[in-house]
Unconditional design. Structure first.
Ligand code: CS2
Length: 489
């Protein structure tokens, strides 16, 4: 089967939207670090919209900082891929033309740095997942003990980490007399702009203090809230699309119809007319970010652990179980008292919309995909809300069950006894802590000692420990569904 490419566009079915612009005229104005499915289904679509509207500055060079997989998917296809938007039985296909190719950082770091330092590049976007920032999740400090960070500090000309590439490229731009680019973090981290800024400046300061001063004064690192559910593409998805297109697209991505991007209005240089592209520019991203992290992502993580422990493979199957659905509502009741919703966000309507989004059966969003990297996700999704509720004397039964379900997941076994490999940067540490504990109570105490996950003040709060231990015991004795029923009753 031949692959999707520029020549194949004219043979695609008439209902597939294709780039109507001359791709040869498009400049590369954006470099994206971590070109996974999420970027391709979200930010790249906005840049593609900008190009379609005639602003040809916004082609995207993708970079993988680890494996060459996405390069193998896209480069043989002239960097074209299909966005498959699914809702129930409806499916809309659009070929995205904004991508200008994929580079693999570890293969030639200097070439990627040079590309980022090009005068036409004005924006760096990044989705490198929480752990890619090389920051302590609890304190936000640069992980100086991380081997790759150490490597960057020794030889910044051949960086390995996301902050390292940004520092190296900013250094080259300063030397060339160019302005900094704007760095837009698109990961689900709280204060994502502030965090990447702090990591970049901390690294730059150790390499060249005058570079750090320049970045501090001239750089722009806007905060963002970014939202679209983009499950990992499966071989079955590719097979179905191949049947539909009569060419094979190994770079396809699937997503829900909903998409949202809120960006702090802070740029170092040129940017597309974001407002005209449906992006919300604001001075206050945090209220949006907290609402999204604690309602959408908090529920997602709880659904993932409770669902996967009880043998439910997909999100829509979990929320179809009445006990879990009621539990998600209880979790939202708790989380929403900690929010300061921005004007324009109607929480009851947002909750209804979220439940409908979770129920989208056409997405086939795997609970195990969301369960990944929980140690990096828990603080902003569940723990921050728990701490705020406890500070005002409110209960945390629903949040505690989400936390306990994450703890259970760390043991590497489901309720039916199926074992799995825990996919988490702290998996070895949690396994060690669990192995040294004699009973459930000791298991919970051992995991609470992980200061990279649990802020010490929260871990030391008896009310928190009691609630999480109770939920953990309930999971052990009764399983996830009954534990959810107990919270709701
Ligand atoms: C999910 C997110 O995998 C996960 O952790 O919670 O990727 C989620 O789908 C997105 O944040 C939605 O915008």
């Amino acid at each position: 089967m031949s692959r999707l490419n520029q020549a194949a566009l004219k043979g695609l079915p008439a209902d597939v939207a294709v780039p109507g612009y001359d791709r040869a005229q498009v400049k590369t104005g954006v470099v994206h670090l971590g070109i996974g499915a999420f970027h391709r289904a979200h930010q790249a679509v906005v840049f593609d919209d900008a190009i379609r509207r005639g602003d040809l500055r916004w082609g995207v060079l993708g970079a993988s900082l680890r494996s060459p997989d996405v390069r193998e998917q896209l480069n043989p296809q002239d960097s074209l891929y299909t966005l498959v938007v699914r809702d129930g039985s409806e499916e809309h296909l659009r070929v995205i033309g904004a991508c200008a190719g994929v580079m693999v950082g570890p293969e030639d770091p200097a070439a990627l740095v040079a590309a980022m330092a090009d005068a036409d590049v004005h924006i760096i976007t990044l989705t490198v997942t929480e752990k890619g920032y090389r920051l302590d999740p609890a304190t936000g400090d640069l992980l100086l003990s991380d081997a790759d960070v150490e490597g960057d500090l020794v030889d910044i000309a051949a960086p390995r980490t996301a902050p390292g590439f940004i520092v190296a490229a900013l250094r080259a731009r300063k030397a060339a007399g160019l302005k900094p680019f704007t760095v837009i973090s698109c990961d689900n981290l709280p204060h994502n702009g502030k965090r990447i800024r702090a990591g970049v400046i901390a690294m730059a300061r150790r390499i060249d203090p005058s570079l750090a001063d320049w970045i501090e004064a001239e750089g722009a690192f806007p905060q963002t809230m970014i939202d679209r559910i983009v499950p990992a593409t499966t071989p079955d998805d590719i097979g179905r699309l191949t049947t539909r297109l009569s060419v094979e697209d190994r770079g396809m991505v699937k997503a829900e119809p909903f998409t949202q991007w809120v960006i702090e209005d802070w740029f170092a240089g040129e940017r597309p007319d974001f407002a005209a592209l449906g992006v919300q520019l604001t001075d206050a991203v945090e209220p949006w970010e907290d609402a999204k992290l604690r309602l959408l992502n908090g529920a997602h993580s709880a659904i993932a652990y409770l669902g996967a422990l009880s043998g439910h493979e997909h999100v829509h199957e979990v929320v179809a179980v009445p006990a879990f659905r009621a539990y998600v509502e209880a979790l939202w009741d708790e989380a929403q008292t900690t929010l300061h919703p921005p004007s324009g966000l109607d929480i009851p309507a947002y909750r209804d919309a979220l439940m409908a989004r979770f129920s989208n059966a056409a997405l086939m969003h795997r609970t195990r995909q969301i369960a990944m990297d929980g140690s990096q996700k828990l603080p902003q999704r569940l723990l921050a809300g728990a701490a705020e509720r406890l500070a005002t004397g409110q209960g945390i039964d629903a949040i505690a069950l989400g936390v306990a379900a994450w703890m259970k997941w760390q043991s590497g076994g489901t309720e039916s006894g199926e074992t799995f490999v825990v996919d988490d940067p702290l998996a070895a540490r949690t396994a060690e802590l669990l192995a040294g504990a004699a009973d459930d109570q000791a298991r919970v105490s051992a995991l609470l000692s992980l200061s990279a996950v649990f802020p010490p003040a929260l871990a030391a709060d008896d009310r928190f420990a009691v609630a999480v231990t109770g939920a953990y015991l309930s999971l052990s004795r009764n399983g996830a569904i009954d534990a959810a029923i107990q919270v709701v009753d």
